[in-house]
Structures are given as C-alpha cells and as structure tokens.
Design a protein around this ligand. Structure first.
Ligand SMILES: Nc1ncnc2c1ncn2[C@@H]1O[C@H](COP(=O)(O)OP(=O)(O)O)[C@@H](O)[C@H]1O
Ligand SMILES: N[C@@H](CCC(=O)OP(=O)(O)O)C(=O)O
Length: 280
C-alpha cells in the first residue's frame, strides 16, 4: 500500500513557487513554457474540486530583469522598486495564462503587520475564504514595496506556511531548486543523504537546513524547516519538491513519493500570531 495515498484526499492546498522555479536560470527571465504547464496543473486541481492558493515569488527578479539590473540590488529602496515593477508584470502573465482556461485569479499582498494586527488578519482570512468559495485562485506575495525591514517575512517559505495556517490548509507544497531536504547541503557536501519523510522536526534535523548559495533563491533550507514547523503544527502536511519538474505538483497530490514530506502534527494550542510574535 502506497503510504502517500492519503495525499489524494487533500482539499485545501497552498503551492509556493520560488523565483528559481519560475525563471530561467541562465537569463532570469520567466520560463513561460513551464508557467503554462504550471497553470494547467493548478487549474486542473481546482477543476477536481480542490481549493488552491499560490504563493508566488519572482517580483524582485522580474522587476530587476525589466530594468536591466544584473546583480541583486543592495539598496532596499531599489529592491522595493523592482518588486513594484515585477509584481505587476508577474500578475499580468499569471492572469493571461489562467484566462486561457477561464480561471479567475486574485492578487493578495501581505506584510507581517497583516498577521500581527487582529483586524487586518481577520480581514485577510475573510478575503481568502470568500475567494476560495468563489472558485478563484489567490496569488499571494509579500507586499515588498511597503514592508519596512528587509522585506519583513524575508522569504516566501515562511509566508506560505503562515498562509497555510491562516486558511486551515491541509497541504503545503514548496517548489524549490532541489529535490527536498538532505542531511546537509548537497551543493557543498557530496555525502549528503536524501530524507524522504520527516515524522518529527528535531533539533538535529533543524541543524541540517543551511542557508542558500543560489543567486535567485532566498532562505535556503533553514527557512523551509521554519516553514515546516508552522505548517505541521497548524495541521498541514508539507512537501518540499523540485520545481525543475513542475509536474511534481500533480505527482505530490497524486500520492507519489516525490520530495520530502513533513508530516502534520496538529497542536491544539498552536497560536499562529503568538508564534510569529515570538519568532520575529
Ligand atoms: N540540508 C539541505 N538540503 C537541501 N538543500 C539545502 C540544505 N541546506 C541548504 N540547502 C540549500 O537550499 C537551496 C534551496 O533553497 P533556496 O536557495 O531558497 O531556493 P528556492 O527558493 O528555489 O527554494 C538548495 O539549492 C541548497 O543549496
Ligand atoms: N517577495 C519576493 C520573494 C522572496 C523569496 O522568498 O524568494 P524565493 O526564495 O525565490 O522564494 C519576490 O517576490 O521577489
């Protein structure tokens, strides 16, 4: 019996797409062929009656490219300006591609303040609920342009887990530039071993997750393990999978053994806002 068969029952799914998944490594421009496949996969999940939320990175990278800025800008204001340019372009592409299947999407931009302020958080929750009831696919990113401190969440791994917890998702899929979690960063340690399933996030497991070396991604495995803590405590399974094969999204939901699965351990007293406050 396939131990991931139960994945087929997942109803509310958050899919996080890193910049590396959405763009060509060599040029940093959007990988339109892959995005077309992505949109087909997500629309089909929606057609199956599942509720889908996308957390999409890429605003800064796409904006940078549009302005011909080669290196990652050092000044926060330049990154924020790039995010403003790139976010609009990114949404334009998403909406154009989703429109081919008459699939409606919505843009949701959040900051840490959205989560820490009771009224804003409730409003965000209500908006997600309405959008999902309407069959719309929300496309979420951090509101980088108004975030005050080094793009506050800092990484969309954490943001996607917070969104998953906020809306009571039962599955979070992080599409990364690597197959999943290894015992160490395989780019620097060739003896690193792949981990298929994480039943419990222990301290030694947390030490395995290192920062990133890539020029496109932010956070590396460290932020993915932090994200996993939020996801599993709030009752969602989390899978880290390789975005090079975008069909991995469909494979994960189909119960195939791809990526690293972090198993949900819902904590009845898990308080998302408290968690964010204490881990700032
Ligand atoms: N234990 C680990 N297992 C796998 N990857 C790791 C580990 N520690 C650090 N990494 C690094 O994390 C990177 C993935 O994260 P990141 O650069 O943020 O990309 P993305 O945004 O595409 O997920 C990997 O390419 C790898 O270099
Ligand atoms: N909010 C930023 C993305 C930050 C981020 O986490 O990026 P990534 O590591 O590519 O998922 C953007 O849209 O450019």
């Amino acid at each position: 019996m396939n131990e991931r068969e139960y994945m087929k029952e997942k109803k509310r799914i958050v899919v996080k797409l890193g910049t590396s998944t959405l763009t060509h490594e060599e040029t940093g421009t959007l990988d339109l062929l892959k995005m077309e496949q992505l949109i087909r996969i997500l629309t089909d999940l929606n057609n199956q009656g599942k509720e889908v939320v996308v957390v999409s990175s890429g605003a800064i990278g796409v904006g940078r490219k549009a302005m011909g800025i080669k290196e990652r800008p050092k000044e926060l204001s330049v990154r924020q300006a790039c995010a403003a340019i790139g976010q609009a372009k990114l949404m334009m592409v998403y909406q154009k591609l989703f429109a081919e299947y008459s699939q409606l999407t919505a843009q949701v931009l959040m900051t840490k303040y959205t989560m820490l302020d009771d009224i804003s958080r409730r409003n965000a929750e209500n908006t997600f609920r309405e959008l999902l009831q309407m069959g719309v696919i929300p496309i979420v990113n951090e509101n980088d342009t108004v975030s005050t401190d080094e793009i506050e969440f800092g990484d969309n791994d954490t943001l996607s887990a917070i969104v998953a917890a906020l809306i009571g998702a039962d599955l979070l899929i992080l599409m990364s530039d690597i197959d999943g979690l290894y015992t160490d960063d395989p780019h620097t340690n060739k003896d690193a071993k792949f981990i298929h399933v994480v039943e419990k996030i222990t301290e030694s497991l947390e030490h395995m997750g290192k920062d990133t070396n890539g020029s496109l991604g932010t956070g590396g495995m460290a932020t993915k393990i932090s994200a996993a803590k939020i996801a599993v405590n709030s009752g969602a399974d989390m899978v880290i999978s390789n975005g090079k094969d975008i069909y991995n999204i469909a494979k994960v939901v189909n119960g195939e053994s791809v990526g690293t699965l972090f198993k949900a351990h819902k904590l009845e007293d898990f308080d998302l806002t408290d968690y964010i406050k204490t881990n700032r």
